[in-house]
Design a protein around this ligand. Structure first.
Ligand SMILES: [Zn+2]
Length: 340
């Protein structure tokens, strides 16, 4: 019987060597340590042996049982470690894979266009002067030579906040602000910013848009300086071959007033859909600063003269990038905005 127990132990340990996963280990435990195992039946039947054999068989059977249990625990531990190592190996992070790209924002097309405009006028000696979006009636109209009865007010449909306060319809109130601040220095500034008009929104007009105004005030400023400045801007913004055409116009705050056109950048003057078959594109409204406006800014029109011009920011971008609907600028559609 003792011999049999030794053999049983050897066989069990050999079988344990062959176990390679936790299912097999379970099977081994049932077979060698379970209720129906040979070892268990020996232990159960020790009482039926002859008395001389009982102590030695009982002791050895218990030692074998303990040895198998210890071997089982060790094996279970080793298997667990192996499985963990395999899992780590199989699901290993590949540190050479490229990371997920961080999505980086970009400047809005209007902002990009504004910055381009700043750079061009900056090179010509113009500073950027910013003034408020919310203005008084006096600054938006009155001091710009449009007293309350003036019919030219009808040129701008206005968002009123109260009887005296409004959202500026143009950047021109900045002219009065900068003149009052800088007098008696000569002035060369551009006044960029958002303007608001109570208008039907269509492919060609928005109720909000950017405008850039220019103002130069000095002792001997003439129309020639104005035309030279506008031509230089057109060439730097649209390309070196651009030509400018001047037409007479009317604005309450300039005298004389002009409008500047540029030969169409798409057809070169031949006529196309973008220039509506005229060969010319409107660049801006401009003129010599009206004596009343100069005086309202604090400058004596007998000693000082100046020019002013103003143009939208979205329109030039639309021409440059062939965008046919101004609503895209404020539609917040990233598919559109990511193209620039
Ligand atoms: Zn054209």
């Amino acid at each position: 019987m003792l011999q049999k127990l030794h053999e049983l132990k050897e066989k069990a340990l050999q079988a344990l060597e062959m176990v390679s996963d936790s299912d097999e280990l379970d099977g081994w435990r049932v077979g060698h340590l379970g209720r129906k195992s040979e070892l268990n039946s020996i232990l159960r039947n020790v009482g039926q042996l002859i008395p001389e054999e009982r102590p030695a068989v009982g002791r050895l059977a218990n030692q074998v049982k303990l040895a198998l249990e210890v071997a089982y625990d060790d094996k279970a531990e080793a298997l667990k470690r192996q499985e963990l190592e395999r899992a780590l190996r199989e699901q290993r992070s590949d540190v050479t894979l490229p990371g997920r790209p961080v999505s980086v924002g970009r400047l809005h097309l209007s902002t990009q266009t504004l910055r381009e405009i700043y750079a061009i006028f900056g090179a010509m000696g113009f500073q950027v002067y910013e003034s408020p979006d919310v203005e008084t009636d006096e600054l938006n109209f009155g001091l710009l030579n449009m007293p309350p009865h003036h019919p030219a007010r009808d040129m701008w449909d206005t968002f009123w906040i109260s009887d005296e306060v409004l959202l500026r319809t143009h950047t021109s109130p900045g002219q009065i602000r900068v003149m009052r601040e800088r007098y008696p220095e000569p002035i060369r500034v551009i006044l960029p910013g958002k303007c608001y008009r109570y208008e039907q929104i269509t492919a060609r007009s928005e109720h909000q848009f950017y405008q850039v105004e220019g103002l130069a005030v000095g002792h001997a400023i003439t129309m020639t300086d104005l035309i030279g400045t506008l031509s230089e801007f057109a060439r730097r913004f649209y390309g070196p071959d651009r030509r400018i055409r001047i037409r007479g116009s009317y604005f309450p705050f300039t005298e004389p007033s002009i409008e500047a056109d540029m030969d169409c950048i798409l057809c070169g003057g031949e006529g196309c859909r973008v220039c509506r078959y005229s060969g010319w594109l409107e660049v801006c409204g401009a003129g010599m600063v009206h004596p009343v406006v100069l005086r309202n800014g604090g400058y004596d029109p007998d000693e000082w003269s100046g020019f002013a011009f103003g143009f939208g920011v979205e329109r030039p971008a639309m021409v440059k990038y062939s965008i046919d609907d101004i609503r895209l600028f404020y539609g917040n559609d990233l598919r559109f905005l990511r193209q620039f």
